[in-house]
Design a protein around this ligand. Structure first.
Ligand code: 2NE
Length: 270
């Protein structure tokens, strides 16, 4: 696959192929652990994906074949968060999680090797996960003095059930790709050498579908779980569709033409 670089970064690779953007963490020497800079770059790339109409589907992955992401870089963990060049402790991966969830395009996690800790939560918040046979999943928080009580706990429990989610967090065990498939944590398991090809095949299948229907579905799945923010996303899409209608256009046109709106002429539905 002929990936074309969209933008150069320090910690990630960001590339494009036929309507697909690939965001890949590029710190294989640390099993793709993220520092604030890594997350800042991923947020920048996600913002680009949101605005760019030629990007239809997004792949999140890690370089090297041995790790998707091993979570926060423990070597830069300080007092109150992960510390970057500005010496300010941050947990900016939480902002990235919300972006993955709310971007109106499908995000597919393509997981080879370790998806651990905050790296595990990143695949959890993606719409779909395709795992290579060498993938290993798990949380480590209570072992290393951390936890993710947001999507990392509640959304994980929605996916695998309360008992399993509690087991994952309380025991900090690791699970192989087949075990992850059996508990509904991933969508498909493939040989490592086929991971990218199958991920792109899934993207292509999604790209053939109605973008507005897929967009509405993503916000519908979120709405039930994400409270007012979830309803806002779904309602925003309803507003978008309404703005496309002649009835809505009559409203603002009548204002501009300084006349009373005539909504009577539009069809009513039972
Ligand atoms: C992933 C795991 C189990 C792999 O073990 P193994 O034996 O295959 O590899 P190894 O030797 O541990 O790792 C290879 C290199 O990557 C570094 C290691 O230190 C090692 O470096 P060298 O000794 O060769 O120099 N590395 C791996 N993970 C790292 C990390 N997270 N930070 C910095 N360096 C890392 C094993 O490596 C492991 O257990 N890693 C730690 C996983 C972890 O606990 N992550 C943080 C969880 S907390 C979190 O992510 C979080 C949160 O809970 C809430 C909000 C935000 C973040």
């Amino acid at each position: 696959i002929n990936w074309e670089t969209i933008k150069e970064y320090e910690d990630i690779k960001f590339s494009y192929f036929e309507g697909i953007a690939k965001i890949s963490i590029n710190r294989p020497e640390k099993h793709n652990a993220f520092r604030p800079q890594t997350v800042k770059e991923m947020i920048d790339a996600m913002a680009f994906c949101r605005e760019e109409p030629s990007i239809e589907v997004i792949i999140l992955t890690g370089e090297g074949g041995k790790a998707f992401c091993s979570g926060g870089d423990q070597s830069v963990r300080g007092h109150g968060g992960y510390i970057g060049d500005d010496h300010i402790p941050r947990l900016n991966v939480l902002d990235l999680q919300r972006m993955i969830r709310s971007i109106p395009k499908v995000v597919i996690a393509s997981v080879a090797g370790w998806a651990i800790g905050g790296g595990h939560v990143l695949h959890v918040v993606c719409d779909l996960t395709i795992a290579a046979e060498n993938a290993r999943f798990g949380q480590t928080g209570p072992k290393v003095g951390s936890f993710d009580g947001g999507f990392g706990a509640s959304y994980l429990a929605r996916i695998v059930g309360q008992k399993k989610a509690r087991e994952i967090w309380y025991l900090c065990d690791q699970y192989n790709a087949q075990e992850a498939l059996d508990m509904g944590l991933v969508n498909k398991v493939v040989p490592l050498e086929q991971l990218e090809e199958v991920t792109v095949e899934w993207c292509k299948k999604i790209q053939e579908k109605s973008p507005l229907a897929v967009r509405m579905l993503k916000s519908s799945f979120n709405a039930e779980l994400d409270g007012q923010a979830g309803i806002q996303e779904l309602a925003g899409n309803a507003t978008l569709l309404y703005y496309l209608s002649d009835e809505a256009k009559e409203g603002f046109r009548s204002f501009l033409e300084k006349r009373k709106p005539d909504f009577k002429k539009f069809p009513k539905f039972p």
